[in-house]
Design a protein around this ligand. Structure first.
Ligand code: SF4
Length: 492
């Protein structure tokens, strides 16, 4: 998962890019970068770590130009190394590009490019998109690239690239610095457009626009290409219209609550999820004295859960905002100390109480296990866990970091292999009971896949919950992901 922003204006954009990347920092903390265009050169800077550590005034002042792109990265393909850090630059035709998403036919694209004597230097999957597009636009046979050339090159690129992606790039089009954005035909990964005065901006989340004081114009449509130039109305081209299937996990977990997607704040969606979850909890005949959210994502759902059941919602977990990385520790005691450093508990909120802990999702199952252990140490009389999402039963191939079946905890608690459409109410109930027993809690409640219907549009990607993938994924790519993940990061 990543975050991007592209801006075109009359004045220098590097200061705005570095500021807005801080608003997008939750989308990726491994590395970040900014490239700009001043009409002749493409100065850039990329580094490993947080935006505030990679960019200082001296670096930002060096990045001159009235058009540019910024990116924060969390690696779902490739690794956390500098070569994989975006944006990427291509000398011919003179182009900078960044994206959010996952290419699901990377191996086929790599082979296609090799046939054209083009070799990739990273494992970052924006690179094949960039190389393919650059080759296509150069193949138009002119050095004066027109919007028509660019649209034709994008059309050829998206016909070859499978997966979920929102892409931004800057190049000279019709003799002017131009910001261009396009989105896959299903619109799985988000992209919103904003403006202020003569400036235009495209970004992963509207919070970046808020940080800059830009107003939100709307979402980039699936399959749409937009050209932006300072002081002009954007030029729109629709390549292909398919069913829009935005990712529901963005609203459940990933996006900031103050972001707006498809006309609604993520905060409102999380309130709705909490209300639905409370009804499930009540329908099971379960009771509690208080609701305690696991910070930060699940707070809105916990507030709504409490309101629906007439229960107080209290803070019981305190996050240490200043803890940095904890280093690999050999002993169990060392590992537990590292967890306590990041999240401490307020004993008075748990002791003698029947508590229901609200969390956003369970993927690998190790965090919730540690959490439950520390909750019991505070002396509650009952511990219930309620999750404001359905169980994650299938991998995500579209850019969220859960891309192999082996890393998911939920399938282990189903009697039969997960099937398309999600488990029935009865199957899910049995799964919850088995898992609650294993976890050592009084109950575990998830939303059912059908519980998403009142919160999200009918047309959506919820494949990690129901196994219905809007874009097919080849077996070769699934195998490649498994190989890539053998040296993957530690579980959470
Ligand atoms: S599979 Fe899940 S996480 Fe991946 S895009 Fe679809 S809804 Fe989002």
């Amino acid at each position: 998962m990543c975050g991007f922003i592209g801006i075109v204006d009359d004045a220098s954009v590097s200061g705005l890019l570095s500021m807005s990347l801080q608003a997008l920092q939750h989308r990726g903390q491994d590395s970040c970068g900014i490239f700009t265009y001043d009409g002749a050169h493409f100065p850039g800077h990329r580094g490993l770590g947080l935006v505030k550590d990679v960019f200082d005034q001296r670096v930002v002042d060096r990045l001159v130009g009235s058009a540019g792109i910024g990116h924060v990265r969390y690696p779902t393909a490739g690794s956390g190394v500098l070569e994989d850090t975006q944006p990427f630059f291509e000398r011919r035709p003179g182009l900078i590009m960044a994206h959010n998403g996952n290419v699901t036919n990377y191996e086929a694209l790599e082979a296609l490019l090799r046939e054209r004597s083009i070799h990739l230097v990273s494992r970052c999957d924006v690179e094949p998109i960039l190389c393919l597009f650059a080759d296509e636009v150069m193949g138009q046979g002119s050095t004066a690239h027109t919007a028509e050339h660019v649209v034709a090159a994008i059309q050829a690129t998206v016909s070859a690239v499978k997966g979920a992606y929102s892409v931004v790039f800057v190049m000279e089009v019709d003799g002017r610095p131009t910001l261009v954005a396009f989105r896959d035909s299903h619109g799985i990964r988000p992209a919103v457009v904003g403006r202020a005065g003569n400036a235009w901006c495209v970004t992963s989340e509207s919070v970046a626009l808020d940080a800059l004081g830009y107003s939100l114009v709307g979402d980039l449509a699936p399959g749409e290409v937009m050209f932006f130039r300072a002081g002009e109305e954007p030029e729109r081209h629709l390549l292909e219209v398919r069913l829009s299937t935005p990712c529901v996990f963005e609203s459940i977990y990933f996006s900031r609550p103050d972001s707006v997607e498809l006309g609604r704040t993520i905060y409102e969606r999380r309130l709705d999820l909490g209300t639905r979850l409370a009804r499930h909890f009540k329908a099971r005949g379960l009771q509690a004295d208080r609701v305690i959210p696991v910070p930060d994502t699940s707070r809105p759902a916990a507030i709504a859960f409490g309101e629906e059941l007439g229960l107080p919602c209290r803070e019981g977990f305190i996050k240490n905002r200043y803890s940095g990385r904890t280093f690999i520790m050999g002993s169990q005691a060392g590992r537990e100390a590292a967890v306590r450093l990041k999240l401490n508990l307020i004993r008075s909120e748990f002791e003698g109480q029947r508590v229901v802990i609200i969390d956003d999702s369970i993927v690998r199952g190790t965090t919730i296990r540690r959490l439950v252990k520390s909750v019991w140490e505070q002396g509650p009389t009952e511990v219930h866990v309620a999750i404001h999402a359905p169980p994650v039963l299938h991998p995500c191939f579209y850019g969220i970091d859960m891309s192999t079946e082996a890393e998911l905890a939920a399938p282990d608690y189903l009697k039969a292999p997960p099937r398309e459409g999600g488990p029935s109410i009865e199957e899910q109930r049995a799964m919850e009971e088995r898992w609650a027993e294993d976890l050592g809690v009084d109950s575990l409640t998830f939303l059912n896949v059908r519980g998403l219907d009142t919160v999200f549009p009918a047309s959506r990607c919820a494949a990690c919950f129901d196994g219905v993938y809007p874009q097919p994924v080849s077996e070769a790519h699934k195998q490649a992901i498994v190989r890539d993940r053998t040296c993957a990061r530690p579980p959470n």
